[in-house]
Design a protein around this ligand. Structure first.
Ligand code: GDD
Ligand code: MN
Length: 380
């Protein structure tokens, strides 16, 4: 019979695994298509989680354990996936948390969906029917903003929960992925794995889950994981979209044009700065437009006429400028942030808004080869 293997990373979860493991194996009878195995990946938890698991292996012969040094959630998953594939040759691999925040009762449904043509099932907190009843406003906001960024920057408009830790993956699909370069920590591992799966052609479906707070033990994901998440977001984007990279290069050239022209006009031609600045701005917008049209979006078959693109490009620049300025003022006056730093944040936000407007409005349309640009690609 085919094997489904749950990879369950643990760090200081001795109290939870005692309750969770029997509940998981109770589900085995409800899964007709697969033999259910479990691989616990424990990172030498000081609370003796590994010992508890070993103590249960006599009762559950399909319970496996590997131990290692603590190097982060992603590192544990990578080791777990490799071990499961090498030792058990499963047809299905699942990811799950050990702290009872993921309900084992959902396992049969998730595995069953793979029998219906899907290759990647996500337990989702953010689709209709899903919920996070105990999330603080802060955690909820963070999670939603994180997911919004992933969708809009990473280019997966139809996935609502990109960081969920409850997933069911066709082993074939996972084997096609190259996990070596993926980030090794918490949220970032989840999202970079998701992008890698999608890049390799995953057929995705989300099923709603309730994600209550943990009762025993504590969360291991830290502030550092959130910072890594942001860096990782940029990495995902660069990897996926040459258009965004080209857009940034053109933007940088615009800065040079702007500053250079301003210098020439004021220093060599003694034009007053009130007149030199707007001329420099407009010329850099025009040069950016020409380069974006010939270079950044060269693969797009835009629906808009050249004149219309030229007009929209100006509107986008205006909106981006307003966003940049508003965020800058808010951070300096409202939050009291150091002005140079606030300016960087404002410029980054303005650049993203500018890119999204141009990608989705100015140059909207299919690519010339008939495919969809990355942030407009339908999932299925
Ligand atoms: N082996 C190992 N090594 N396991 C770890 C490590 C590690 O370094 N860090 C965390 N774990 C285990 C925990 O023991 C738990 O079983 C599971 O991974 C999830 O860790 P939590 O610390 O409970 O994470 P969380 O509840 O804050 O975050 C959950 O939700 C996030 C999205 O909101 C997880 O599912 C994340 O993966 C998810 O991104
Ligand atoms: Mn948890």
């Amino acid at each position: 019979m085919n094997i489904a293997c749950i990879v369950l990373p643990t760090y200081n979860e001795s109290e939870n695994v005692k309750i969770l493991l029997p509940r998981i194996f109770e589900q085995a009878d409800r899964i007709a298509s697969h033999e259910l195995h479990m691989l616990v990946v424990d990172d030498n938890s000081p609370d003796g989680t590994a010992g508890v698991v070993r103590g249960m292996q006599a009762r559950f012969p399909r319970l496996h354990l590997i131990t290692g040094e603590k190097k982060g959630l992603g590192a544990a998953y990578k080791r777990g996936f490799a071990h499961a594939i090498a030792e058990l040759d499963p047809d299905v691999i699942l990811q799950m948390d050990a702290d009872l925040q993921h309900s084992p009762e959902l396992l049969p449904l998730m595995i069953d969906l793979l029998q219906h043509g899907f290759t990647f099932v996500i337990g989702s907190r953010f689709i209709f029917g899903g919920s996070t009843p105990d999330f603080s406003l802060r955690r909820r906001t963070m999670s939603l903003v994180g997911n919004w960024l992933l969708r809009n920057m990473g280019g997966l408009p139809s996935i609502r929960d990109c960081t969920s830790g409850f997933r069911c993956i066709k082993a074939e699909l996972l084997k096609r992925c190259d996990l070596t370069g993926l980030s090794t920590k918490g949220y970032s591992f989840q999202s970079s794995l998701l992008f890698e799966l999608v890049r390799n052609g995953a057929k995705v479906i989300e099923v709603p889950i309730t994600f209550p707070d943990r009762v025993r033990g504590e969360s291991k994901l830290s502030f550092a994981d959130q910072v890594e998440f942001l860096f990782n977001l940029a990495r995902i984007r660069f990897r996926k979209s040459s258009e965004f990279t080209r857009f940034l290069l053109v933007g940088a050239s615009g800065v040079v044009v702007n500053l250079g022209l301003y210098y020439l006009l004021t220093r060599l031609f003694s034009v007053s700065l009130e007149i030199a600045a707007p001329i420099a701005i407009e010329v850099s917008i025009v040069s950016n437009f020409i380069l974006n049209n010939l270079y950044t979006f060269r693969e797009r078959d835009s629906r808009n006429s050249l004149m219309r693109r030229f007009l929209y490009f100006h509107v986008a620049a205006g909106v981006a400028g307003v966003v940049n300025y508003s965020i800058f003022m808010l951070l300096v006056k409202g939050v009291g942030m150091f002005d140079m730093f606030a300016n960087c944040v404002g410029i980054a936000a303005g650049t993203v808004v500018n890119y999204l407007m141009n990608s989705r409005i100015t140059w909207v349309g299919k690519k010339k080869d008939g495919s969809f640009p990355i942030d407009r690609r339908p999932m299925r």
